[in-house]
Each structure stands twice: as C-alpha cells, then as structure tokens.
Design a protein around this ligand. Structure first.
Ligand code: ADP
Ligand code: ADP
Length: 231
C-alpha cells in the first residue's frame, strides 16, 4: 500500500521583479508522478534549485500545487500524518532538550502531561541523549542537536517523515554517523521516509529508492531501485 502518491503534480512560481517587468516563471515541479510505499525509505537527489524543497513543501501543504493530485493513505488529519526535519535543527535555545521535544505538545496539548513526558524520555533514550535531557541546545554538538530535531519530528508518531537536507550542515564524519543513526531509527519502526539530499552516496547508502531530479527544475530524470544490503 502506498503512503503517499503524487499524480502529475505541477508547481509554477510566478514572480514579478519590477512593476512593469515581465513575470519570471519557474516550473519548480513539472508533471511529477511518484508513489511511495508504506515503510519505504525514498531519497530525492538533484542539484540546488531542481525543485526538491518545493516537492516537500507541496506535501506539507506549505505551498499550493498548480495542478495534479496528492493522495495520502489512511485517516487522520494532515498535520499529524507528517513529521518534518529541516537542515537546521531550529531548536529553541531557551528550552532544555526535553522541553524542545515537547514544543508541539505545549501548543496542541494532545497527550496528558505524564504521557507526553514519558514519550519524551523514551525518545531521548532511543536517540542516545538521555544524559542531555536537561541541557540546553548550545551545550550539544551539531549532530546531537539534529538528533533532537529528528526526535521532535517523531514525537507525534507521524506516518511519514519528511527530511530536507537534514545532515547538510554537519561535518562529513558526523554526517555519516547520523546516517547510521537514522537507519537504526527507521529500522525500528519502519516509518515512510522522504529524504532530500545533494549527496548521491548518502542516498544510495540509506534508501530503498532514489528519485533523481534534473538540473532543469521540476522534472524527474530517473527512479533507481537500490539493491544493496544496508550497512
Ligand atoms: P531545491 O530544493 O532543489 O534547491 P527549490 O524547490 O527550492 O529547489 O526551487 C526550485 C526552483 O523554484 C528554483 O528555481 C527556485 O529558485 C524556485 N523557487 C523556489 N521557491 C520559490 C518561490 N517562493 N518563488 C519563486 N521561485 C521559487
Ligand atoms: P533551500 O535552501 O531549501 O534550497 P532556498 O534558500 O532556495 O531554500 O529558499 C529559501 C526561501 O526562499 C524558500 O522559502 C523559497 O521558497 C524562497 N525562494 C527560493 N527561490 C526563490 C526565488 N527565485 N524567488 C522567490 N523566492 C524564492
């Protein structure tokens, strides 16, 4: 069963620099069709400006598609289906690690407080950050901060985890380590993952399928099945 399916999706940005200038038109997504199975780890690779972020934004509902269809499987409201991880962990510096995990809980009050705290503690354990529960983000390394970012995205148990260059700001060694950590998390509860990256080696190492976008924005060049044992 698919977790999400895009059918002939288009996104056109039209911007006008000067009042009387001709509009600049960018087809950031052009006839994109893609079906992602439940539990599948799919990465999207391509050069800067090829439409990777736009694809995630359309899925998140942060921008409206120009045409085409996006279908999610299952029930539940959109917000709770998706978890998002950005390149920067975007932690609140005045909150401890635990309180950062509880950000959306504090906004939505989804769970009874005791249950939410328990979830946060379990998440920290899974992330190997138990000792850092009461520390502040500035006391953590970049990799640890991003692990908190991933934990925060998983706190509401989303069906699909969307990741936009999540390790792009990390040094090479931390980046490799984070890739392994992410695989461990993925293998634990087999969430559907859509992972945007510039790095072909990273995409091949981590994912089941690699969606390659063309330098000309918006087009899928190829979808490659990765048939390698995971590390
Ligand atoms: P990527 O994530 O692969 O770097 P993006 O999805 O950010 O690519 O951008 C795809 C194309 O759409 C680029 O040409 C970019 O300049 C353009 N674009 C992205 N966002 C906007 C926007 N809000 N308005 C106009 N053009 C945009
Ligand atoms: P990313 O780092 O994901 O590629 P960018 O730095 O390209 O993102 O874009 C940052 C923000 O600026 C995004 O919200 C994007 O929609 C917007 N943007 C990108 N390109 C353009 C553009 N050509 N015109 C207007 N807005 C843009």
């Amino acid at each position: 069963e698919h977790a999400v399916e895009l059918r002939h999706v288009y996104k056109r940005y039209t911007t006008r620099k000067a009042r009387r200038g001709a509009p600049r038109v960018v087809d950031a997504l052009h006839d994109v069709s893609l079906s992602v199975a439940q539990g599948e780890f799919v990465s999207i690779v391509g050069p800067s400006g090829c439409g990777k972020s736009t694809l995630l934004k359309v899925l998140l509902g942060l921008t409206r598609r120009t045409a085409g269809e996006v279908a999610f499987s299952g029930t539940g409201d959109h917000q709770h289906r998706l978890g998002m991880v950005f390149q920067q962990p975007l932690l609140l510096p005045w909150r401890t690690v635990t309180r950062n995990l509880l950000v959306s809980q504090d906004i939505n009050h989804r769970l009874p407080p005791a249950e939410a705290n328990e979830r946060a503690a379990g998440m920290l354990k899974m992330l190997g950050l138990e000792e850092f529960a009461d520390r502040y983000p500035a006391e953590l390394s970049g990799g640890m901060q991003q692990r908190v970012g991933i934990g925060r995205a998983l706190m509401h148990d989303p069906q699909i985890l969307l990741m936009d260059e999540p390790f792009g700001a990390l040094d090479a060694m931390t980046r490799d380590q984070m890739g392994m950590d992410l695989l461990r998390i993925w293998e634990r509860d087999r969430k559907t993952v859509l992972f945007v990256t510039h790095s072909i080696p990273e995409s091949v190492l981590l994912s089941d399928r690699v969606v390659v976008m063309t330098p000309r924005p918006g087009r899928i060049a190829d979808v490659i099945d990765v048939d390698l044992p995971r590390p």
